[in-house]
Design a protein around this ligand. Structure first.
Ligand code: PLP
Length: 391
């Protein structure tokens, strides 16, 4: 099986699992307890904090451990909304639902366009609108996504955050798909808050981080025992935190050695498809993307039909983000980039990992080419349109 859905989640690295196991067994003590064995656990949590901080160029005391990026995002943005009021925080049109639904304070409501900054056809934030909205005086905080989960598009967070700060506006960045894939240096890129998840970088699920710049205030979402400097109460997920620390160490090493190789594998895959198939479009190929992500529109096919052929053939990939699979409306990310509903429904996301090999690339390309040809043939022989019914 070829697993190419690493933007949804990644397998836990062997080293991560090995480091976690003792904290599920004999090192199970509560890190807030006072005896020696618990103090050792506390020390291990603090070491993990340093490892995670180091990967993102932060200081350890700027890291709050949470249950994942969704919780980190909810904490920051709910705090900002409480402080500044509804409609005062500007997101961007291609943000993850975890951001959009907090800003809407509703899991179903669609935000009015006036509270979202648009993107261009490549998925890059329109800086002229960004500046205009900041100058309007109605925006007190902004949230933007460092690297998009569907297209891999990397935003110029440095400039966008600088513009926001010049306007006296607080900045939150969703760094989930950036951390471990591209350099993230929060000493250089000045944001007030940032959210991350361990499971997107070969760490465990159920643990994340919230970066709170020294001096910034972040009211808690959860109240209780006052852990994590009072920002996130609740007994720490110690095994998860230890695993996150080791995953961060591994990612730092990988970033130095493997990024270019991964990008070249992704590019080979895309070139192979472009050579063999007409009428396909690589999303955001003209701008910076994370090296593992390839989102491709296959004209004349629906992604659902392709996935139905690819899964039994042994290639796991996705149509849009994992969270949107349960409600198959066209991706808001792709429609925000100007795609029609039909084009958006024809897009498949392939997200590779550092474990991807050239053999996998060749095999996967062959599977995709044959699936596209089969679906197109079915369409042209008037068997179609190919519909997929899910029970
Ligand atoms: N933000 C982005 C860009 C994501 O890709 C995801 C997960 O897919 C999230 C936020 C939410 O992360 P989690 O589900 O780990 O809380």
């Amino acid at each position: 099986m070829i697993y190419w859905d690493n933007n949804a989640t990644t397998p836990v690295a062997d080293e991560v699992l090995e480091a976690m196991l003792p904290y599920l067994k004999n090192k199970f003590m509560n890190p807030s307890a006072g005896y020696q064995a618990a103090l050792d656990v506390r020390r291990a949590v603090d070491e993990a904090r340093s490892q995670v901080a180091s990967l993102m160029g932060a200081d350890p005391d700027e890291i709050i451990f949470t249950s994942g990026a969704t919780e980190s995002i909810n904490t920051v943005l709910s705090g900002m909304l409480q402080r500044f009021g509804p409609g005062s925080i500007m997101g961007t049109a291609t943000d993850h639902d975890a951001v959009l639904h907090v800003l809407a304070q509703d899991n179903n409501r669609i935000l009015p366009p006036s509270t979202l900054c648009p993107v261009d056809q490549q998925g890059v934030i329109d800086q002229s609108v960004w500046k205009k909205r900041l100058a309007s005086g109605s925006v007190c905080g902004v949230s933007l996504t460092w690297a998009n989960n569907e297209t891999g598009v990397i935003q110029d967070v440095l400039s966008l955050a600088q513009l926001a700060h010049e306007a006296g506006v607080l900045v939150h960045v969703d760094g989930v798909q950036a951390l471990g894939k591209i350099p993230v240096d929060l000493h250089r890129v000045d944001v007030d808050f940032a959210s991350f998840s361990a499971h997107k970088m070969h760490g465990p699920k159920g643990v994340g981080a919230l970066y709170v710049k020294r001096g910034s205030v972040c009211p808690p979402l959860l109240y209780g025992g006052g852990q994590e400097r009072g920002v996130r109460s609740g007994t720490e997920n110690v095994p998860g935190i230890i695993g996150f620390g080791v995953a961060a160490q591994l990612a730092a090493r990988r970033l130095q050695d493997e990024t270019r190789q991964l990008e070249s594998l992704r590019n080979s895959f895309e070139e192979c498809l472009l050579r063999s198939l007409d009428h396909i479009r690589i999303m955001s190929s003209a701008v910076s993307r994370t090296p593992n992500t390839s989102c491709i529109a296959f004209c004349g096919c629906t992604a659902q039909a392709l996935l139905l052929l690819l899964e039994p053939a042994g290639l796991l990939c996705s149509a849009g983000s994992a969270c949107s699979t349960s409600h198959p409306r066209p991706s808001h990310v792709l429609t925000a980039m100007g795609l029609s509903n039909e084009e958006a429904r024809s897009c498949v996301r392939f997200s590779l990992s550092s474990q991807t090999t050239i053999e996998e690339v060749e095999l996967a390309a062959g599977l995709v080419i044959s699936a596209v040809r089969r679906v197109r043939l079915a369409q042209s022989s008037r068997t179609g349109p190919v519909l997929v019914y899910r029970p």
